[in-house]
Every structure is written in structure tokens, then in C-alpha cells.
Design a protein around this ligand. Sequence first.
Ligand SMILES: CC(C)(COP(=O)(O)OP(=O)(O)OC[C@H]1O[C@@H](n2cnc3c(N)ncnc32)[C@H](O)[C@@H]1OP(=O)(O)O)[C@@H](O)C(=O)NCCC(=O)NCCS
Length: 191
Amino acid sequence: MTDQHPQPPHEIRTSRLTLRAARAGDGQALHDAIAVSLPDFFPWLSFSAQLSDVPTLDQVSQSGQEAFAAGTFYVWRAWEPEGMLVGTVDLHTFNWEVPACSVGYWLRSDRRGRGYATEFVSAVIDVAFGVLGMQRIEARCDVRNERSWRLAERLGFTLEGIARNDDRDAAGVLSSSRVYSRICSQEQPQA
Ligand SMILES: CC(C)(COP(=O)(O)OP(=O)(O)OC[C@H]1O[C@@H](n2cnc3c(N)ncnc32)[C@H](O)[C@@H]1OP(=O)(O)O)[C@@H](O)C(=O)NCCC(=O)NCCS
């Protein structure tokens, strides 16, 4: 795909953080952030059953960089000014016919409770609507993952319903999702 669609910025500044598109060299910083957060990530994130090593996370970052360039999946890492990687936010599952996509996120455990995730996910949502022209952004949160769905609500997402037995968590347990969306206020569907 790519050139017929708008491209998002590789770097986005927020009041406290800098978001940078994934880069091959992110592996070590990613490893450090995930290592301290794994007990809080499990079982919500698919990769949280075990800690991946740095070469694997470098490869993940390389793939993220390539997907960003190809326009199929956009992942940014959130960095503090001192150089600590504190989180990730991504846009995935694009349907350019609408256009619509989904959002995903995680925050380093020892940076919770400061509004960081609200800040960096909000910045990417602004890009998704303002630059990419999305009409709809979806967020799916395990019904048991209250911190995640409270973040979606803080970001102005509306609960559409519960998708029952739609997934398995990282422990392999059958799970249900709260399905949230935000839509672009500019263009409304015909009644
Ligand atoms: C989901 C997740 C990103 C939410 O993190 P979080 O720290 O709760 O969210 P924020 O960083 O936006 O912080 C919000 C909290 O900071 C407080 N806060 C402090 N300063 C703030 C500010 N300037 N702006 C906004 N909130 C602020 C808020 O009141 C809120 O506190 P509360 O939790 O007591 O209500 C995090 O828990 C996480 O990474 N979980 C594991 C991975 C995961 O589940 N990902 C989602 C899969 S669907």
C-alpha cells in the first residue's frame, strides 16, 4: 500500500515525552522496560508469558521499523528526556476503505499513575484523526483489565459492548473484550 495513504510523523512531541517510530536499535531499552513490567503485563499482552532476549527484541524493533515504512503497522516508543523508554503505542488493523484502525498501548510499570499513557496515546489518536484521516479508532480491552479500559474511557472512547469469548489471554485462558471506539466528529454517516 503506502504512497496513496498519508504518512504519520516518525517523531511526535508531547509535553513530557518524545514518541519515536520503532527503530532496530531499540532492543535493549525495550528489554529493560518489559523486564520491570512483566508481572503487570501478564496475561494482558500476548508477548508477556516470558521475557524475550535483546536480539529478539531488536528483531521485533526492526520489523516495527519496516512495517512503519510500509504503512501496515505504526508503532512508536515513548521516551523521557533523559533517555528512558517508558511505553509503546501502536496503530494496527487498518481498513483504508473506511478508513479505520485499532490502537494498542503499554506503559512501563514504574511510570504508572502519572498520566503518561493518557498523554502519549492521546497524541497518536490526534495523528490518526488529523493526519491519517481515520473515521474510527477501536480499542479492545480484556474485561478484567480495568486499568486498560479506564484509560480508554479517559481518552474519550465509548463502550460499544462486550465481545464474548473473542480471545485468549497470554496464559491461554478464554477471555472476553470490552469493545471501545472513538469516531471522527467531522463526517457523520447518513441516517
Ligand atoms: C493500561 C496502562 C497503559 C494504563 O496506565 P496508567 O498509569 O493507569 O495510565 P496513565 O499513565 O494515563 O495514568 C493515569 C493515572 O495517573 C493519574 N494522573 C496523574 N497525573 C496525571 C496527568 N497529568 N494526566 C492524567 N492523569 C494523571 C490519573 O489520575 C490516573 O490515576 P488512577 O490510576 O489513580 O486513576 C498500564 O496499566 C499498562 O501498561 N498495563 C499493562 C499493559 C496493558 O494492559 N495494555 C493494554 C492492553 S489492551
